[in-house]
Design a protein around this ligand. Structure first.
Ligand code: FAD
Length: 393
Protein backbone atom coordinates (compact mmCIF):
# COMPACT_ATOMS: atom_id res chain seq x y z
CA UNK A 1 0.00 0.00 0.00
CA UNK A 2 1.31 3.44 -0.84
CA UNK A 3 0.45 6.42 1.35
CA UNK A 4 -0.05 10.01 0.26
CA UNK A 5 2.99 12.29 0.00
CA UNK A 6 4.14 14.42 2.94
CA UNK A 7 6.17 17.61 2.86
CA UNK A 8 8.45 16.50 5.68
CA UNK A 9 9.04 13.06 7.19
CA UNK A 10 11.03 12.82 10.43
CA UNK A 11 12.50 9.38 11.08
CA UNK A 12 12.69 8.92 14.86
CA UNK A 13 10.30 10.36 17.43
CA UNK A 14 12.70 10.71 20.38
CA UNK A 15 13.41 14.10 21.89
CA UNK A 16 15.11 15.32 18.67
CA UNK A 17 12.37 14.18 16.32
CA UNK A 18 9.67 15.68 18.54
CA UNK A 19 11.60 18.95 19.01
CA UNK A 20 12.05 19.33 15.24
CA UNK A 21 8.36 18.56 14.69
CA UNK A 22 7.30 21.15 17.28
CA UNK A 23 9.56 23.96 16.00
CA UNK A 24 8.67 23.28 12.37
CA UNK A 25 4.93 23.17 13.06
CA UNK A 26 5.28 26.46 14.98
CA UNK A 27 7.31 28.12 12.17
CA UNK A 28 5.30 30.91 10.58
CA UNK A 29 7.05 30.38 7.22
CA UNK A 30 6.04 26.71 7.07
CA UNK A 31 2.56 25.41 6.36
CA UNK A 32 3.30 21.93 5.00
CA UNK A 33 2.49 18.48 6.37
CA UNK A 34 4.79 16.80 8.92
CA UNK A 35 4.93 13.08 9.69
CA UNK A 36 7.01 11.64 12.53
CA UNK A 37 7.76 7.92 12.14
CA UNK A 38 8.68 6.15 15.39
CA UNK A 39 9.12 2.40 15.57
CA UNK A 40 8.90 2.20 19.39
CA UNK A 41 6.19 4.50 20.75
CA UNK A 42 6.84 3.22 24.30
CA UNK A 43 10.37 4.66 24.04
CA UNK A 44 11.76 1.67 25.89
CA UNK A 45 15.18 1.52 24.24
CA UNK A 46 15.78 5.06 23.01
CA UNK A 47 18.55 7.32 24.31
CA UNK A 48 16.18 10.00 25.58
CA UNK A 49 14.40 8.00 28.26
CA UNK A 50 17.67 6.44 29.49
CA UNK A 51 19.41 9.80 29.76
CA UNK A 52 20.55 11.71 32.85
CA UNK A 53 18.81 14.87 31.65
CA UNK A 54 21.81 17.07 32.44
CA UNK A 55 22.13 20.61 31.14
CA UNK A 56 25.35 22.61 31.29
CA UNK A 57 27.23 25.32 29.47
CA UNK A 58 30.64 23.84 30.24
CA UNK A 59 31.68 22.82 26.74
CA UNK A 60 34.81 23.54 24.70
CA UNK A 61 32.99 24.17 21.40
CA UNK A 62 31.44 27.62 20.85
CA UNK A 63 28.33 26.20 19.13
CA UNK A 64 27.69 23.74 21.97
CA UNK A 65 27.80 26.53 24.54
CA UNK A 66 25.37 28.65 22.52
CA UNK A 67 23.03 25.69 21.97
CA UNK A 68 22.91 24.89 25.67
CA UNK A 69 22.34 28.53 26.59
CA UNK A 70 19.23 28.39 24.42
CA UNK A 71 18.45 25.00 25.99
CA UNK A 72 18.28 26.47 29.48
CA UNK A 73 16.20 29.43 28.32
CA UNK A 74 13.76 26.97 26.75
CA UNK A 75 13.72 24.75 29.85
CA UNK A 76 12.83 27.73 32.04
CA UNK A 77 9.88 28.61 29.80
CA UNK A 78 8.85 25.11 28.71
CA UNK A 79 5.73 24.89 30.84
CA UNK A 80 4.24 27.89 29.04
CA UNK A 81 5.75 27.24 25.60
CA UNK A 82 4.60 23.62 25.44
CA UNK A 83 1.22 24.13 27.11
CA UNK A 84 -1.80 22.47 25.47
CA UNK A 85 -5.25 23.49 26.71
CA UNK A 86 -3.59 25.54 29.43
CA UNK A 87 -1.51 22.63 30.77
CA UNK A 88 2.26 22.44 30.24
CA UNK A 89 4.90 19.90 31.30
CA UNK A 90 6.81 20.11 34.57
CA UNK A 91 10.44 19.41 33.63
CA UNK A 92 11.47 19.18 37.31
CA UNK A 93 14.59 21.30 36.76
CA UNK A 94 17.12 20.91 39.60
CA UNK A 95 19.54 23.83 39.35
CA UNK A 96 22.45 22.32 41.28
CA UNK A 97 25.20 23.03 38.77
CA UNK A 98 28.02 21.04 37.23
CA UNK A 99 31.40 20.85 38.96
CA UNK A 100 34.23 20.05 36.54
CA UNK A 101 37.46 19.09 38.32
CA UNK A 102 40.81 19.34 36.50
CA UNK A 103 44.16 17.76 37.28
CA UNK A 104 47.15 20.17 37.42
CA UNK A 105 47.96 19.37 33.78
CA UNK A 106 44.39 20.15 32.73
CA UNK A 107 44.17 23.59 34.39
CA UNK A 108 45.08 25.68 31.34
CA UNK A 109 42.51 23.94 29.13
CA UNK A 110 39.90 24.35 31.88
CA UNK A 111 40.76 28.07 32.15
CA UNK A 112 40.55 28.59 28.39
CA UNK A 113 37.19 26.80 28.17
CA UNK A 114 35.89 28.81 31.12
CA UNK A 115 36.99 32.03 29.39
CA UNK A 116 35.07 31.10 26.24
CA UNK A 117 32.00 30.07 28.26
CA UNK A 118 31.95 33.40 30.10
CA UNK A 119 32.50 35.37 26.89
CA UNK A 120 29.38 33.71 25.46
CA UNK A 121 27.28 34.47 28.53
CA UNK A 122 27.60 31.35 30.71
CA UNK A 123 27.87 31.82 34.46
CA UNK A 124 30.48 29.91 36.42
CA UNK A 125 33.16 30.28 39.08
CA UNK A 126 36.78 29.31 38.47
CA UNK A 127 37.95 27.77 41.76
CA UNK A 128 41.56 27.42 42.85
CA UNK A 129 42.18 24.49 45.29
CA UNK A 130 41.61 26.57 48.47
CA UNK A 131 38.35 28.00 47.22
CA UNK A 132 37.27 24.52 46.08
CA UNK A 133 37.93 23.09 49.56
CA UNK A 134 35.98 25.76 51.37
CA UNK A 135 33.01 25.66 48.97
CA UNK A 136 32.77 21.86 48.79
CA UNK A 137 34.23 20.50 52.06
CA UNK A 138 32.98 16.95 51.31
CA UNK A 139 35.39 16.72 48.37
CA UNK A 140 39.03 15.60 48.46
CA UNK A 141 41.22 18.03 46.52
CA UNK A 142 44.01 15.47 46.08
CA UNK A 143 45.39 15.69 42.56
CA UNK A 144 43.12 18.61 41.66
CA UNK A 145 44.64 21.75 40.12
CA UNK A 146 41.42 23.77 39.74
CA UNK A 147 37.68 23.44 39.11
CA UNK A 148 34.80 25.27 37.50
CA UNK A 149 31.39 25.33 39.16
CA UNK A 150 28.36 26.42 37.14
CA UNK A 151 26.74 28.91 39.49
CA UNK A 152 23.53 29.28 37.46
CA UNK A 153 21.64 27.66 34.59
CA UNK A 154 23.12 24.19 35.06
CA UNK A 155 21.58 21.06 36.53
CA UNK A 156 19.22 18.37 35.31
CA UNK A 157 15.66 17.83 34.16
CA UNK A 158 13.26 14.94 33.64
CA UNK A 159 14.08 13.76 30.07
CA UNK A 160 10.73 12.03 29.50
CA UNK A 161 8.83 15.17 30.49
CA UNK A 162 10.66 17.15 27.80
CA UNK A 163 10.13 14.43 25.17
CA UNK A 164 6.40 14.10 25.88
CA UNK A 165 6.03 17.87 26.20
CA UNK A 166 7.40 18.36 22.67
CA UNK A 167 5.34 15.44 21.35
CA UNK A 168 2.04 16.57 22.84
CA UNK A 169 2.54 20.14 21.67
CA UNK A 170 3.57 19.03 18.17
CA UNK A 171 0.41 16.90 17.89
CA UNK A 172 -1.70 19.84 18.97
CA UNK A 173 -0.15 21.84 16.11
CA UNK A 174 -1.17 19.22 13.55
CA UNK A 175 1.87 16.93 13.39
CA UNK A 176 1.01 13.32 12.56
CA UNK A 177 2.76 10.49 14.45
CA UNK A 178 2.93 6.99 13.02
CA UNK A 179 4.19 3.79 14.63
CA UNK A 180 6.31 2.27 11.86
CA UNK A 181 9.91 1.72 10.81
CA UNK A 182 11.83 3.34 7.95
CA UNK A 183 13.40 0.50 5.96
CA UNK A 184 14.47 2.21 2.71
CA UNK A 185 15.15 5.75 1.52
CA UNK A 186 15.04 6.66 -2.17
CA UNK A 187 17.26 9.35 -3.69
CA UNK A 188 17.74 10.18 -7.40
CA UNK A 189 19.84 12.76 -9.25
CA UNK A 190 21.06 14.42 -6.08
CA UNK A 191 17.61 14.72 -4.51
CA UNK A 192 15.65 12.84 -1.87
CA UNK A 193 12.53 11.17 -3.30
CA UNK A 194 10.85 9.39 -0.43
CA UNK A 195 10.95 6.77 2.28
CA UNK A 196 9.63 3.22 2.55
CA UNK A 197 8.09 2.15 5.84
CA UNK A 198 7.85 -1.50 6.91
CA UNK A 199 4.09 -1.24 7.42
CA UNK A 200 2.82 1.69 5.41
CA UNK A 201 4.98 1.25 2.30
CA UNK A 202 6.32 4.09 0.16
CA UNK A 203 5.79 7.72 1.09
CA UNK A 204 7.05 10.46 -1.23
CA UNK A 205 8.41 13.49 0.64
CA UNK A 206 10.11 16.81 -0.04
CA UNK A 207 12.39 16.56 2.99
CA UNK A 208 13.43 13.79 5.35
CA UNK A 209 15.12 14.36 8.70
CA UNK A 210 17.27 11.65 10.19
CA UNK A 211 16.46 11.84 13.93
CA UNK A 212 17.17 8.20 14.68
CA UNK A 213 19.47 8.85 17.66
CA UNK A 214 21.98 6.03 18.20
CA UNK A 215 20.67 4.34 15.01
CA UNK A 216 21.33 7.39 12.85
CA UNK A 217 24.21 5.70 11.02
CA UNK A 218 21.91 2.80 10.06
CA UNK A 219 19.20 5.18 8.81
CA UNK A 220 21.73 7.22 6.78
CA UNK A 221 22.92 3.96 5.24
CA UNK A 222 19.40 3.37 3.88
CA UNK A 223 20.10 6.37 1.62
CA UNK A 224 23.64 5.21 0.80
CA UNK A 225 25.15 7.85 3.12
CA UNK A 226 28.10 7.08 5.39
CA UNK A 227 27.52 8.58 8.86
CA UNK A 228 29.82 7.53 11.73
CA UNK A 229 27.06 7.61 14.39
CA UNK A 230 26.32 4.36 16.22
CA UNK A 231 25.09 3.13 19.61
CA UNK A 232 27.72 3.06 22.35
CA UNK A 233 26.65 1.50 25.63
CA UNK A 234 26.80 3.57 28.81
CA UNK A 235 26.01 2.00 32.19
CA UNK A 236 24.44 4.14 34.92
CA UNK A 237 24.74 2.89 38.50
CA UNK A 238 22.40 3.78 41.36
CA UNK A 239 23.65 3.72 44.95
CA UNK A 240 22.73 4.73 48.49
CA UNK A 241 24.89 6.52 51.02
CA UNK A 242 23.84 7.18 54.61
CA UNK A 243 25.54 10.57 54.66
CA UNK A 244 23.61 13.12 52.66
CA UNK A 245 25.57 15.69 50.64
CA UNK A 246 23.40 18.79 50.53
CA UNK A 247 22.90 20.48 47.15
CA UNK A 248 25.57 18.33 45.52
CA UNK A 249 26.31 19.42 41.94
CA UNK A 250 26.87 16.95 39.11
CA UNK A 251 30.54 16.33 39.84
CA UNK A 252 33.03 15.21 37.19
CA UNK A 253 36.36 13.81 38.31
CA UNK A 254 39.40 14.28 36.01
CA UNK A 255 39.21 10.50 35.37
CA UNK A 256 35.82 11.01 33.70
CA UNK A 257 33.78 9.45 36.53
CA UNK A 258 30.63 11.55 37.02
CA UNK A 259 28.15 11.43 39.87
CA UNK A 260 25.06 13.31 41.03
CA UNK A 261 22.14 12.95 43.42
CA UNK A 262 18.90 11.42 42.14
CA UNK A 263 16.04 11.73 44.59
CA UNK A 264 17.36 10.30 47.88
CA UNK A 265 20.01 8.25 46.07
CA UNK A 266 23.02 8.91 43.82
CA UNK A 267 23.86 7.89 40.26
CA UNK A 268 27.28 7.47 38.67
CA UNK A 269 28.65 6.86 35.19
CA UNK A 270 31.95 6.57 33.33
CA UNK A 271 32.79 5.90 29.68
CA UNK A 272 34.44 2.51 29.22
CA UNK A 273 38.18 2.51 28.35
CA UNK A 274 38.58 3.29 24.62
CA UNK A 275 39.61 -0.25 23.68
CA UNK A 276 36.37 -1.65 25.22
CA UNK A 277 34.09 1.07 23.85
CA UNK A 278 32.59 -0.58 20.76
CA UNK A 279 29.43 0.00 18.78
CA UNK A 280 26.82 -2.33 20.26
CA UNK A 281 23.08 -2.91 20.34
CA UNK A 282 22.62 -4.73 23.64
CA UNK A 283 21.29 -3.25 26.88
CA UNK A 284 22.61 -5.95 29.20
CA UNK A 285 23.58 -4.77 32.65
CA UNK A 286 27.27 -4.96 33.44
CA UNK A 287 28.74 -4.19 36.85
CA UNK A 288 32.47 -4.37 36.05
CA UNK A 289 32.93 -0.62 35.54
CA UNK A 290 31.37 0.12 38.92
CA UNK A 291 33.61 -2.29 40.80
CA UNK A 292 36.81 -1.56 38.89
CA UNK A 293 36.67 2.16 38.19
CA UNK A 294 33.71 4.06 39.63
CA UNK A 295 33.62 3.00 43.25
CA UNK A 296 37.40 3.26 43.89
CA UNK A 297 37.45 6.69 42.20
CA UNK A 298 34.43 7.99 44.11
CA UNK A 299 35.75 6.70 47.44
CA UNK A 300 38.98 8.65 46.90
CA UNK A 301 37.30 11.82 45.66
CA UNK A 302 34.32 11.93 48.03
CA UNK A 303 35.37 10.13 51.22
CA UNK A 304 31.81 9.56 52.52
CA UNK A 305 31.30 7.38 49.43
CA UNK A 306 33.66 4.77 50.89
CA UNK A 307 30.51 3.38 52.53
CA UNK A 308 27.88 3.01 49.83
CA UNK A 309 25.45 0.33 48.71
CA UNK A 310 24.80 -0.35 45.05
CA UNK A 311 21.05 -0.69 44.53
CA UNK A 312 20.62 -0.89 40.75
CA UNK A 313 21.87 -0.07 37.28
CA UNK A 314 20.58 0.60 33.79
CA UNK A 315 22.13 0.56 30.35
CA UNK A 316 21.56 3.12 27.61
CA UNK A 317 23.10 4.03 24.27
CA UNK A 318 24.88 7.25 23.44
CA UNK A 319 24.24 8.52 19.89
CA UNK A 320 28.00 8.46 19.45
CA UNK A 321 29.78 10.28 16.64
CA UNK A 322 33.13 8.51 16.42
CA UNK A 323 34.51 11.18 14.04
CA UNK A 324 34.60 14.09 16.52
CA UNK A 325 31.93 13.58 19.25
CA UNK A 326 29.91 16.52 17.99
CA UNK A 327 26.53 16.93 16.33
CA UNK A 328 26.03 16.49 12.61
CA UNK A 329 23.36 18.98 11.53
CA UNK A 330 21.85 20.36 8.37
CA UNK A 331 21.18 19.30 4.80
CA UNK A 332 23.40 16.83 2.98
CA UNK A 333 25.59 18.91 0.62
CA UNK A 334 24.94 16.56 -2.30
CA UNK A 335 21.50 15.07 -1.57
CA UNK A 336 18.98 17.89 -1.41
CA UNK A 337 16.15 17.30 1.07
CA UNK A 338 18.09 14.88 3.34
CA UNK A 339 18.72 16.49 6.75
CA UNK A 340 20.83 15.26 9.66
CA UNK A 341 20.12 15.87 13.35
CA UNK A 342 22.52 13.35 14.83
CA UNK A 343 25.63 12.43 16.72
CA UNK A 344 25.22 14.42 19.95
CA UNK A 345 27.45 11.94 21.79
CA UNK A 346 25.85 12.23 25.21
CA UNK A 347 24.69 15.88 25.22
CA UNK A 348 21.67 15.79 22.93
CA UNK A 349 18.90 16.09 25.49
CA UNK A 350 19.88 19.63 26.49
CA UNK A 351 20.54 20.56 22.86
CA UNK A 352 17.20 19.33 21.54
CA UNK A 353 15.55 22.79 21.70
CA UNK A 354 18.41 24.43 19.76
CA UNK A 355 18.81 21.55 17.31
CA UNK A 356 15.05 21.36 16.74
CA UNK A 357 14.80 25.09 16.13
CA UNK A 358 17.86 25.11 13.84
CA UNK A 359 16.54 22.22 11.72
CA UNK A 360 13.14 23.91 11.42
CA UNK A 361 14.84 27.15 10.29
CA UNK A 362 16.81 25.32 7.62
CA UNK A 363 13.73 23.55 6.25
CA UNK A 364 11.45 26.58 6.38
CA UNK A 365 13.91 29.38 5.54
CA UNK A 366 16.87 27.59 3.98
CA UNK A 367 19.31 29.17 6.45
CA UNK A 368 20.16 29.33 10.15
CA UNK A 369 18.51 32.36 11.73
CA UNK A 370 19.10 32.08 15.49
CA UNK A 371 22.49 30.37 15.91
CA UNK A 372 24.83 29.75 12.99
CA UNK A 373 25.49 26.00 13.18
CA UNK A 374 27.18 25.68 9.79
CA UNK A 375 30.27 24.30 11.56
CA UNK A 376 28.28 21.17 12.45
CA UNK A 377 27.51 20.44 8.79
CA UNK A 378 28.17 17.08 7.12
CA UNK A 379 30.72 18.78 4.86
CA UNK A 380 33.35 18.57 7.61
CA UNK A 381 33.09 14.77 7.50
CA UNK A 382 33.49 14.72 3.71
CA UNK A 383 36.54 16.98 4.01
CA UNK A 384 38.05 15.16 7.02
CA UNK A 385 37.97 18.26 9.29
CA UNK A 386 36.99 17.14 12.81
CA UNK A 387 35.52 19.71 15.21
CA UNK A 388 36.28 18.01 18.48
CA UNK A 389 34.35 18.53 21.72
CA UNK A 390 36.69 18.07 24.67
CA UNK A 391 34.03 17.97 27.41
CA UNK A 392 32.21 14.73 26.62
CA UNK A 393 30.92 13.24 29.88
C1 FAD B 1 23.02 7.10 29.94
C2 FAD B 1 22.83 8.36 29.14
C3 FAD B 1 22.97 9.58 29.77
C4 FAD B 1 22.79 10.75 29.04
N1 FAD B 1 22.88 11.95 29.70
C5 FAD B 1 22.66 13.10 29.03
C6 FAD B 1 22.69 14.33 29.72
O1 FAD B 1 22.92 14.37 30.93
N2 FAD B 1 22.45 15.46 29.02
C7 FAD B 1 22.20 15.43 27.68
O2 FAD B 1 22.01 16.50 27.09
N3 FAD B 1 22.16 14.27 26.99
C8 FAD B 1 22.38 13.11 27.64
N4 FAD B 1 22.35 11.92 26.97
C9 FAD B 1 22.22 11.93 25.51
C10 FAD B 1 20.79 12.16 25.07
O3 FAD B 1 19.94 11.29 25.78
C11 FAD B 1 20.69 11.92 23.56
O4 FAD B 1 21.68 12.69 22.88
C12 FAD B 1 19.32 12.32 23.04
O5 FAD B 1 18.30 11.75 23.83
C13 FAD B 1 19.17 11.86 21.60
O6 FAD B 1 17.83 12.03 21.23
P1 FAD B 1 17.31 11.41 19.86
O7 FAD B 1 15.89 11.75 19.75
O8 FAD B 1 18.25 11.80 18.77
O9 FAD B 1 17.53 9.82 20.06
P2 FAD B 1 16.55 8.74 20.71
O10 FAD B 1 15.98 9.22 21.99
O11 FAD B 1 17.27 7.44 20.74
O12 FAD B 1 15.37 8.66 19.68
C14 FAD B 1 15.56 8.11 18.39
C15 FAD B 1 14.33 7.34 18.02
O13 FAD B 1 14.45 6.90 16.67
C16 FAD B 1 13.74 5.68 16.56
N5 FAD B 1 14.22 5.00 15.35
C17 FAD B 1 15.48 4.55 15.09
N6 FAD B 1 15.53 4.00 13.86
C18 FAD B 1 14.28 4.12 13.34
C19 FAD B 1 13.71 3.74 12.10
N7 FAD B 1 14.44 3.14 11.15
N8 FAD B 1 12.40 4.00 11.89
C20 FAD B 1 11.65 4.60 12.84
N9 FAD B 1 12.14 4.98 14.05
C21 FAD B 1 13.44 4.74 14.29
C22 FAD B 1 14.08 4.95 17.84
O14 FAD B 1 13.10 3.98 18.15
C23 FAD B 1 14.13 6.08 18.87
O15 FAD B 1 12.96 6.19 19.63
C24 FAD B 1 22.49 10.71 27.65
C25 FAD B 1 22.33 9.47 27.03
C26 FAD B 1 22.49 8.30 27.76
C27 FAD B 1 22.30 6.97 27.06
Amino acid sequence: MSRAARDVVIVGGGVMGCAIAYFLAAEERFDGSILVVERDPCYERCATTRSWGGIRQQFSTRENILMSLFGIEFVRNATALLAVDGEGPDLAFREQGYLFLASPSGVEVLRANHGLQRELGARGAFLEPDALRSRFPWLSGEGIGAAVFGTANEGWIDPSALLHGFRRKARSLGVEFLTDEAVAIACATGRLQGVTLAGAGEIACGALVNAAGPRAGAVAKLAGIALPVAPRKRMSYVFDCRTRIEAMPLTIDPSGVACRPEGGQYIAIVSPPAEQDRDCEDLEEDYALFEEIIWPTLARRIPVFEAIKLSGAWAGHYDYNSFDQNAVLGEHPEIGGFYFCNGFSGHGLQQSPAAGRATAELIARDRYVSIDLTAFGYRRLLEGRPLREANVV
